[in-house]
Design a protein around this ligand. Sequence first.
Ligand code: SAH
Length: 358
Amino acid sequence: MSTLGDLLKADIALHGPLSVEDYMARALGDPVHGYYIKQDPFGASGDFTTVPEISQMFGEMIGLCLADHWMRAGAPKAFVLCECGPGRGTLMADIWRATKIVPGFHEAARIVLVETSPVLRSQQLETLGKVGARAWHVGAFADVPDGPLWLVANEFFDALPLRQFVKTETGWHARLVGLDETGALAFGLAPDPDPALTQDAPLGSVLEIMTAGLVFMQALAQRIASQGGLALLIDYGHSESGLGDTLQAVRAHRFVDVLHEPGDCDLTAHVDFAALARVARQSHAAVFGPATQGEFLRLLGIEARAQRLQQRARDAAEVESALARLTDMSPRGMGALFKVLGIGQRGGPVPAGLGEVS
Ligand code: SAH
């Protein structure tokens, strides 16, 4: 068991079980032992690979979508170009390179990165320095400076802590992390059902509520509704709310038990885009999509970009295979499983690639 695992067991023995939400928050964000706080989890030698790390084309398409929308919104002379959870900084670096050709965009942009991890913060500055970009860090969205905001968050919402409830004969009980008879971490249920949850479902069903994600979305949507701009959220998730346990742990590119070595494994859950869209609408923002990543990238012209890159690339086959992976629309393909949601100001321009207003 990891150091954090031992600490959590001692905490539980003393104070009682943790909610799934608190478990996830500690496993990922514990100020000393949290997964994202203490290491760089990305790449072939890390635990997982994200889309921006597969190909520069992803960031280029996102950059062009943001810059095109900024131009059609009147090209404000000063705006915040923000990324939440930038990982190694690859996506923002690709956005920056791709938007060099857009008149006035770089001069007007102030890059602000929302990041809690000190290890990743320094990597992000290094990556951005290589493309001549300066950036400022904040630890929370509330600290992003005022002004019109063009924002991207890729695989960010899936890492925000969520609550789980299990349906029994007596109602929906919060799922908890406690100790079994051997003293190991084990799932259990709160003794009393949650009175606020009344929906019918088969016994044993699991309901997930993205508590932290919904709070984040409310702040983001209110901000864009009042100050203008666009947010693009890209994540693995579903367009319709549903039931089911989607919490998963990954280490060294393999699935492991969710309670295995907390702090040493990545924990994520699928994003409920319908719930995020509802909150954004309630916050008076315009909602675009969600579209599948494959469709979004195609509409933005990723195929033409791949062709041009292939003409120049040393390894044309690599560009071809990245294009196929990013836009793979088979049921288990990245192009179909990842979704893109746009949040804008009502009456503002419709972002390219997300034509449909839902
Ligand atoms: N967007 C990147 C990395 C995704 S991993 C990519 O696509 O490659 C999630 C990122 O979110 C990491 O940078 C992690 O440190 C950051 N993060 C996780 N929880 C956070 C929180 N509550 N506030 C700010 N950043 C957070």
